[in-house]
Design a protein around this ligand. Structure first.
Ligand code: PAF
Length: 309
C-alpha cells in the first residue's frame, strides 16, 4: 500500500483551522520552523518536537526578509519533495509551506526588531537579518498557536532573540533549544555546508576543534581576551578566509564577558570560500576560573567526540 502523503497546508487560515481542531480534542502542538533543505539537525528538532507534544507541525519557508541583498536567497537549496519524504517518514502531522505572498501580502509593513541582542555579532555582519527572522518567527508562532517551538542551538544568537521576542510579545509558546548535530569530524550540520569545496570541507572541522580548545583554556583559567585572540589568529593561519567574530559572551544577554563568572558561550563566524560558517560552544563557570585568571591551561579534559549523529 502506498504511504499516506504528508498533510500540507499553504495558508495561515488552513493552519489555524487544523491546529484549532487538535486543540478542541485536547492535543498539544509543537512547531518546528525551517527553511527546508532538511538534514539530520532539522530532524533532531522534529524528534524533540514529537516528544514534547502530541502533534508536530513543520513550517517550510525560505524567508526573503532575512537575506541581505548580496546573500544567497536565490541559490538557497530548495527540494520540497525530498523534505516532504523525510518529514512523512519522521511522523510529522502537518507541513505548513506558504508562498511569499501568503507571509508578506501586498502592503505588508510590520517588522519585529529585537534591539540589543540583534545588534551584535551576526547582527553587525548581516544587517537586518535578525529583524527578518524575528518578524517571520513571530508570525509563525502567532498563527500556529503551538505549545512548543523548537530551534537549533547551532544558531545560538537566533535562539536567544526568538526567546526574547516571544517573552516581550507575550506569545505563550515555550521556545525550546535543541543541541547542535555534528558530522563525525565535528562540523556542525548546515544546509549551506554543500557550498564547501573538497578542500574547504577538509578544513571546516578545524572551527569546532579551535572552539573546543578555546573553551577548555578559558574554563581552566586562561585570560578570555588572550584566548580569543589566540583562537582568531589560529583560524586565520589555518586558512579560513576571514574571521567575522570570535567572542565570549553572556549565555543569555550575549554581552561581552571578561571573566567567567556566569553561564557563557563562545560564538564564532568565519568565511570559507562561498560559505559562511557559524558555531558556538558553552562555557561553564568553574571554581578554577578566577576573576582575572591567566594561568596556563590544562588541556584534554573537555568532552570531545564531534558526532551526535
Ligand atoms: O533557522 C532557520 O532556519 C530560520 O532562520 C527560521 C527560524 C526558520 C526562520 O526563517
Amino acid at each position: 500500500m502506498p504511504a499516506k502523503p504528508l498533510a500540507t497546508v499553504r495558508t495561515a487560515a488552513a493552519l489555524r483551522r487544523a491546529v484549532a481542531q487538535w486543540r478542541k480534542r485536547g492535543d498539544t502542538v509543537a512547531l518546528v520552523p525551517t527553511m527546508g533543505a532538511l538534514h539530520a539537525g532539522h530532524m533532531a528538532l522534529v524528534t524533540r518536537a514529537r516528544r514534547l507534544a502530541k502533534r508536530t507541525v513543520v513550517s517550510l519557508f525560505v524567508n526573503p526578509a532575512q537575506f541581505g541583498p548580496h546573500e544567497d536567497f536565490a541559490k538557497y537549496p530548495r527540494d520540497e519533495a525530498a523534505d516532504r519524504a523525510k518529514l512523512r517518514e519522521a511522523g510529522v502531522d502537518l507541513l505548513f509551506a506558504p508562498d511569499v505572498a501568503e507571509i508578506y501580502p501586498p502592503g505588508f509593513a510590520t517588522a519585529v526588531a529585537v534591539s540589543g541582542l540583534a545588534d551584535t555579532l551576526d547582527g553587525v555582519h548581516r544587517p537586518g537579518h535578525f529583524t527578518g527572522v524575528a518578524t517571520v518567527v513571530a508570525k509563525l508562532l502567532i498563527v500556529a498557536q503551538a505549545d512548543f517551538a523548537c530551534f537549533g542551538e547551532k544558531d545560538y544568537q537566533q535562539l536567544q532573540i526568538v526567546k526574547r521576542m516571544a517573552a516581550d510579545l507575550d506569545i505563550p509558546t515555550r521556545i525550546v533549544g535543541v543541541p547542535t548535530v555534528r558530522e563525525r569530524d565535528g562540523l556542525a550540520l548546515s544546509s549551506r555546508n554543500g557550498y564547501l569545496s573538497q578542500d574547504e570541507r577538509a578544513l571546516a572541522p578545524t572551527l569546532h576543534r579551535v572552539l573546543l580548545d578555546t573553551a577548555e583554556h578559558i574554563e581552566h583559567g586562561a585570560n578570555i581576551d588572550d584566548a580569543v585572540a589566540r583562537a582568531t589568529s589560529e583560524l586565520t593561519m589555518s586558512g579560513f578566509d576571514g574571521v567575522d567574530y570570535f567572542a565570549a559572551v553572556d549565555a543569555e544577554t550575549l554581552e561581552p564577558l571578561d571573566r567567567l563568572d556566569r553561564p557563557a558561550r563562545l560564538l564564532v563566524a568565519v568565511q570559507l570560500g562561498r560559505a559562511r560558517l557559524i558555531d558556538n560552544e558553552p562555557l561553564k563557570p568553574t571554581s578554577r576560573a578566577p576573576a582575572a585568571g591567566s594561568g596556563r591551561p590544562r588541556s584534554g579534559t573537555r568532552p570531545r567526540g564531534g558526532s551526535s549523529r
